[in-house]
Design a protein around this ligand. Structure first.
Ligand code: GLN
Length: 522
């Protein structure tokens, strides 16, 4: 049977529960244990696919095509695991299941109640088998939220069901620092742990977010008020890069606390993979500037996975990454004067699209290394069709009723999920031998994740190819173009998919690694 770690948070939101949860997983993995991760979000949306990135940052997509919270991205990247629709569970989905079961008559006339019906449903999702030594479950929101209460009740029951030594409750709080008195205040942490206790949950380990390390007196005070040994009070130090968090935890003996709780042998972990990232962060390296021509820059985290993938590739290439945010709506060629590479990310709707097309034109004409992602591939094809093939009407039917629909809806639109007609999740792609894509991937059969509605229209394949664009990747049935490139350009490549969802900090991703290598060379 797996052992479970539940991560809750208190005092304020956005303390980094996802990163903390992932870091615990990294510590366990470094001692040879296998780990799975799940996120429970108490809100009432049935899935996060319908939530605005303006509120929640990017929509992450799993291999099985589920649109999830971006925390699942942290788990996949940190832990090198693949998650699915079973691992992102919202309150809305739980109630949806329960109410549908009620309508079907599954409850045989019983009065349907929060306890046991809703709590049992939540426990069912928690307990879905994983074949791993540990399952880490993050509970979204903050202790005290009305929506979260039934989730806390469920994890309390779950610990009682499977045995208290098989479940560890980790709680993340904040110790605000008062500049004037030079004090770190522990009261909010005390209050938060008390609220957790009101729900019958005693925290086993506390992670206290703070701008400096807690001193022994502060740990002892928190331990005394919060009913746990001072050594189980851990400073969750503010750091400038999330990959330092596992090292901060490791240096405070967090694994040993988990080992003691679960009855595991103490062991020193191999943290060398994460230390390599720390070394990269501390090294003196040449700067590589990537111009990202996008439009969601005012939203923190809207390009989360993309920023991560670029950072991962900078580690592989020994360069200091600088991302220059270029507003597509105000694009001017001069914006690209000081960049080493141009990246056009995914996007929806016509706002800013002409600026993105102009950026693709600029990269192509000036031989600046170029990478297009999803919409970024579509605008590269529109530019080529307009300015190389010479058909000025070329456009996507997403943006205009053009008579040259070089980008159009081409796949069957029979999807039942809320994404509607979106092509979602992992699809295979066959790469043409001898192309740049084949060289980069070192393979001719790959799989990448999708989230889009439009595709390159195969009616224009000949026109594009006769003029020097190569369609280097195709869906196996030969119907949907997946990758394009321009062989006469030093590095011009784009994919209809989102490779950023499969990048990790230890190896990067072949496409991003090659793009940064080309930019470095420039
Ligand atoms: N809007 C485009 C489409 O739906 C591209 C989507 C994206 O970049 N993810 O096809």
């Amino acid at each position: 049977m797996s052992k479970y770690i539940f991560v809750t948070g208190g005092v304020v939101s956005s303390l980094g529960k996802g990163v903390s949860a992932a870091s615990l997983g990294a510590l366990l993995q470094s001692r040879g244990y296998t780990v799975h991760a799940r996120k429970f979000d108490p809100y009432l949306n049935v899935d996060p696919g319908t939530m605005s990135p303006l509120q929640h940052g990017e929509v992450y997509v799993t291999n099985d095509g589920f649109e999830t919270d971006l925390d699942l991205g942290y788990y996949e990247r940190f832990l090198g695991i693949k998650l699915s629709k079973h691992d992102s569970v919202s309150g809305g989905r739980i109630y949806w299941d329960v109410l549908n079961a009620e309508r079907r008559g599954d409850y045989l006339g019983a009065t349907v109640q929060m306890i046991p019906h809703v709590t049992n449903k939540i426990k069912e999702y928690i307990a879905q088998p994983t074949n791993t030594d540990f399952v880490i479950c993050e509970i979204g929101g903050t202790v005290g939220d009305i929506e979260g209460k039934v989730f806390l009740e469920s994890i309390r029951q779950f610990a009682n069901d499977v045995g208290r030594r098989n479940v560890l409750f980790a709680h993340l709080t904040l110790a605000p620092y008062l500049e004037q008195s030079g004090e770190l205040k522990t009261k909010p942490t005390q209050m938060s742990v008390r609220r957790l206790l009101e729900n019958g949950i005693q925290a086993d380990i506390l992670f206290v977010r703070s701008p400096r390390m807690l001193v022994p007196d502060e740990k002892a005070k928190i331990g005394m008020f919060c009913n746990l040994p001072a050594k189980n009070v851990i400073t969750s130090l503010d750091v400038d890069n999330i990959y330092k968090v596992p090292l901060v935890y490791d240096s405070q003996g967090v694994f040993d606390i988990m080992a003691e709780h679960f009855g595991l042998p103490n062991a020193a972990g191999d943290m060398s993979k994460i230390k390599k990232i720390e070394q990269h962060l501390n090294a003196d390296l040449p700067v590589c500037t990537i111009g990202m021509v996008g439009k969601y820059f005012d939203v923190a985290d809207a390009y989360k996975s993309l920023n991560e993938a670029l950072f991962h590739a900078s580690i592989q290439n020994n360069v200091r990454l600088k991302i220059k945010k270029i507003d597509a709506e105000k694009f001017a060629p001069e914006d690209c004067n000081d960049v080493d590479g141009i990246l056009i990310p995914g996007g929806f709707g016509s706002r800013g699209v002409e600026g993105k097309i102009a950026a693709a034109t600029y990269a192509r004409e000036n031989k600046v290394p170029f990478m297009g992602i999803c919409l970024g591939m579509q605008v590269a094809v529109i530019d080529f069709m307009r300015n190389v093939v010479g058909d000025e009407n070329a456009n996507s039917t997403e943006f205009s009723k053009t008579c040259t629909p070089v980008i159009d809806i081409m796949h069957d639109c029979d999807s039942e999920n809320m994404g509607g007609t979106l092509r979602l999740g992992a699809y295979p792609c066959v790469i043409k031998p001898g192309t740049l894509a084949a060289k980069i991937y070192g393979a001719t059969n790959i799989s990448e994740r999708h989230r889009h509605r439009y595709e390159v229209n195969m009616e224009y394949k000949d026109a594009l190819e006769k003029n020097g664009m190569v369609i280097s990747g195709m869906s196996p049935d030969g119907k949907l173009p997946e990758m394009i490139e321009i062989p006469s350009h030093p590095f011009f490549i784009a994919g209809q998919f989102h490779p950023e969802f499969q990048s990790n900090p230890f190896d990067g991703h072949p496409l991003f690694n090659a793009f940064i290598a080309a930019a470095k060379k420039k």
